[in-house]
Design a protein around this ligand. Structure first.
Ligand code: ADE
Length: 237
């Protein structure tokens, strides 16, 4: 079974509507843990458990740990929208993670670089190569009109909507796009030794235009995500 996490209702509702139940049932079944609903069923014939985590790293980490500990998932995919950190990556484009970092992890006062979790083997969580390949091929097949990029996804408990904040993130941890959950999910996946992938559709430029762009492009971004997830589940063995 594969775990899929989206932060917002808008990011999971369309996927949920496309799910069928397990073992021939028409509807997915639902279970509640930590105030979150976990929908079990099939997407494109593949067994999944889908959860809307809520926004931010704590919610995302909680959802990921439940997928690992309760559902014993063999992989976790995080889908959603993000702000672009790179001028070449436009609204509507897709970013597939090569790795993920928490941009708001800041122990600089003790001499650590931004993004580094002290006393931990790594703070750069590498995405699964096989999932990356399937995601890229699936996206190119079903969303031929957009560009697909592969690179670092960075996350923090911050909606990035000004150029100063954006520049600080880029100069400290880099990254192709920023959002609020992916690296927390990657971190939990690493702790549990589970393959993971973050797939983000760009809804804004993470600068002074972000609050204006966001509502307009959120819908288009989610449509691209849903098409990609459906195709990805069809291709996954
Ligand atoms: N999700 C979508 N756009 C974002 C942004 N600019 N900052 C953080 N999370 C986002």
């Amino acid at each position: 079974m594969i775990g899929i996490i989206g932060a917002m209702d808008k990011e999971v509702d369309d996927l949920k509507a496309l799910m069928t139940g397990l073992e021939g049932a028409a509807e997915p079944s639902v279970e509640e843990h930590a105030r979150m609903q976990f929908w079990k069923g099939c997407l494109s014939g593949h067994e999944i458990v889908l959860v809307r985590s809520g926004i931010g790293k704590v919610n995302a980490a909680t959802a990921a740990e439940i997928l690992a500990a309760v559902y014993n998932v063999r992989a976790i995919i995080n889908t959603g929208i993000a702000g672009s950190l790179d001028a070449a990556i436009d609204i509507g484009d897709m970013v597939i993670s090569t790795d993920a970092m928490e941009h708001d992890m800041d122990v600089a006062g003790l001499g650590y670089d931004k993004g580094i979790v002290p006393d931990q083997e790594t703070s750069v969580y590498k995405a699964d190569d096989e999932l990356r390949k399937i995601a890229k091929e699936s996206c190119e097949a079903v969303n031929p009109d957009i560009n697909v990029f592969e690179g670092r996804v960075v996350s923090g408990d911050q909606f990035v909507s000004d150029k100063v904040a954006k520049d600080i993130i880029v100069s400290s941890v880099g990254g192709m796009c920023t959002e609020m959950e992916g690296a927390a999910i990657a971190h939990v996946a690493w702790l549990n030794n589970i393959p993971y992938l973050v797939i983000r559709s760009i809804s804004d430029k993470a600068d002074d235009s972000a609050d204006m762009d966001y509502p307009t492009f959120q819908k288009i971004a989610i449509e691209h995500e849903v098409k990609l997830m459906v195709e990805m589940m069809r291709r996954i063995k």
